[in-house]
Design a protein around this ligand. Structure first.
Ligand SMILES: [Zn+2]
Length: 424
């Protein structure tokens, strides 16, 4: 009798265990529905410092280092070099957007920050962006400057008078294409219009241009297009922006612009100071400038190729940019790669930075594929090929640490787990 009770209770315990286990298994299946994915073998994966041979799984658009219960497909990367996708932190994009999407995906650029656009312009491209088949995109919407300040002249050049589009843009310049402000009252009046933009602004862009000479330039019509905003308005806009949860990026040209931007509390500087309209000394930062920017957590975007002309770029690199880059890096200011090149991709900027000799290939690869994407989308798990991160990557046909030009030999592109078709 006692024996049979023992047998029965063991049987009961076994049944209970089975029920509990089945229930548990069902629960854990419900919690992780994706038990199948893709295996990528034979690749050398960038770990932030070097390339390591690994087998990596992609499950539900994320990297996994452990195999899922079922592997649907095995992809052999044939010794390819796997890196996180590239980014461009300074662009201005317009319709038609399809050629831009094709060029960016071809060049491996998956993350883009538009440093001033108009909601009207954005509406024409919005539906095509931030999709698995295009790239991820943020925009500042209308830039903030003074009446007649930069970049109004750039917008006017693209809007010839006498054409329906040109006339519309000229009539609606402020506030639909640029926020033109001279006083704190102007800012207060424009702010609700700015925030009502559709799509909503993702950050704020202010324009400084010879801020050390603003009062004189503001009073003289000959300086239209060659001035920016009153630097005294920067802290006014920064306060409103930060209260709304938006970061502020500043266009700068001279070293004094950089100083005014940092002093005014901006989060990002959209250019390295530098140019050819004044002597080199006008554009050279000091150690104190760099240290103050570092203390305030300001990031600086390179845009050394913004002037287009390769000979001019190389001269400015030698006489101005090299000095500013060395100073900023020594102080610990994060540099981000941005091109500001209309109708071109960040490949040109990356090539010019490589040619400058100021960076090792490792430093440049980190700048382009780790630091810049993560600075554009700080809350996302990107820029790292690690467990739980978004499964976006490029496979290169050669080692970019041996030759940076290998960043152009992209043989495979995967975006959030989805294989993109080969580039045309
Ligand atoms: Zn720009």
């Amino acid at each position: 009798m006692p024996g049979s009770i023992r047998i029965r209770s063991s049987l009961f315990l076994a049944l209970l265990a089975l029920v509990l286990f089945t229930g548990f298994a069902a629960t854990s299946r419900a919690q992780t529905p994706a038990t199948h994915g893709v295996e990528y073998r034979g690749g050398r994966w960038f770990d932030g410092t070097r390339f390591v041979p690994r087998t990596v799984y992609v499950v539900d658009g994320l990297f996994r280092s452990r195999a899922p219960a079922r592997v649907d497909r095995v992809v052999d990367l044939a010794g390819g070099f796997v890196v996180p996708p590239f980014a461009d932190a300074h662009q201005h994009l317009y319709a038609p957007i399809e050629p831009t999407i094709r060029a960016y995906l071809r060049d491996g650029i998956f993350y883009v920050k538009d440093q001033a656009n108009a909601p009207l312009g954005r509406q024409a491209i919005h539906a095509a962006l931030n999709r698995p088949t295009s790239f991820d995109y943020l925009s500042a919407n209308q830039g903030w400057t003074s009446p007649g300040g930069h970049p109004v002249e750039v917008i006017l050049r693209a809007a010839p008078a006498g054409t329906p589009m040109g006339d519309m843009i000229r009539q609606r310049m402020d506030p639909d294409f640029a926020m033109l402000v001279d006083t704190p009252a102007d800012v207060a009046r424009h702010w609700p219009l700015f925030m009502a933009g559709t799509p909503r602004p993702d950050f704020v862009k202010v324009f400084l241009f010879y801020s050390e000479d603003h009062a004189r330039r503001r009073a003289d019509a000959r300086f239209e297009g060659n001035r920016g905003m009153d630097p005294a308005l920067v802290p006014v806009i920064v306060r409103l922006a930060h209260r709304a949860g938006l970061q502020v990026s500043a266009h700068v040209y001279t070293a004094a612009d950089f100083r005014a931007a940092v002093e005014g509390g901006v989060d990002q500087i959209a250019h390295l100071p530098g140019g050819h309209l004044s002597p080199d000394a006008t554009f050279l930062l000091t150690d104190a400038d760099a240290r103050r920017a570092a203390r305030r957590g300001v990031t600086v975007i390179t845009t050394i190729t913004q002037h287009g002309d390769a000979a001019l770029t190389d001269r400015l690199v030698r006489n101005q940019f090299a000095h500013n880059i060395r100073l900023l890096r020594r102080a610990g200011v994060p540099l981000l790669l941005g091109s500001d090149r209309f109708g071109d991709t960040a490949v040109t900027e990356a090539a010019a930075l490589a040619r400058s000799g100021l960076f090792t290939n490792l430093e440049l690869l980190r700048l382009w594929s780790v630091t810049t994407p993560r600075a554009i989308f700080p809350s996302r798990r990107i820029g790292r090929l690690a467990d739980g991160y978004e499964a976006s990557f490029l496979v290169l046909g050669g080692d970019p640490l041996a030759d940076f030009a290998n960043t152009r030999r992209i043989v495979r592109r995967v975006r959030q787990g989805v294989e993109l078709p080969p580039a045309r």
